[in-house]
Design a protein around this ligand. Structure first.
Ligand code: S3P
Length: 185
């Protein structure tokens, strides 16, 4: 019987601004897989920006839509999936993401994110008087949830995008080799 070919289904999770979408794009090229971004799918579906959807419909309506899109995208054809920073908030999402591929948490501290995001106008949750305090609160709430959902955690601070993508590819290779019945190439 021919050996089943292992196709990685990388899923990127982490705080807003951690680099999930950029890593996903490069990873897609490296692995020759399509790249899908849950936020882009949601925006295409609602026809407005996520920020204005938050304003008109509220966060709960966005989370419902996000859950629906995650449920649709975690099955089907192999792909690289980039998620929004709050994708791990719901238990059902965490379970689906974990079961649907190899989940990589790009970890970065709020103080480091703040340097990247202090001029951000796109992310509704950061349009507040004190974005650093908001990032710290989000991190305090979410770090454990990202870890619960992830198969591995990578430090995303102070590494170039190319290096981060290399680290992801190496981890995926290691996971493949440690699967039961896997053979060294
Ligand atoms: C969110 C992060 C955003 C987007 C929405 C909510 C969050 O995605 O899904 O604004 O709750 O952190 P990014 O992580 O790509 O910024």
């Amino acid at each position: 019987m021919p050996e089943a070919v292992f196709v990685p289904r990388p899923i990127l999770v982490g705080m807003p601004g951690a680099g999930k979408s950029s890593v996903a794009r490069q990873l897609g090229q490296r692995l020759r897989l399509p790249v899908v971004d849950t936020d882009a799918v949601i925006e295409a579906r609602i026809g407005v920006s996520i920020r204005s959807f938050f304003q008109s419909e509220g966060e709960a309506a966005f989370r419902d839509l996000e859950e629906q899109v995650i449920a649709e995208l975690t099955g089907g054809e192999p792909k690289v999936l980039a998620t929004g920073g709050g994708a791990v908030l719901r238990r059902a999402n965490r379970a689906r993401l974990h079961a649907g591929g190899t989940v990589i948490y790009l970890r970065i501290f709020p103080e480091q994110l703040y340097r990247r995001l202090n001029k951000d106008t796109k992310r509704p949750l950061l349009q507040v008087a004190d974005p650093l305090a908001r990032l710290q609160a989000l991190y305090a709430e979410r770090d454990a949830l990202y870890r619960e959902c992830a198969h591995f955690v990578l430090d995303a601070h102070g590494v170039s995008l190319g290096m981060l993508v290399n680290k992801v590819v190496m981890q995926l290779d290691l996971m493949q080799l440690s699967r039961p019945g896997a053979r060294a190439p």
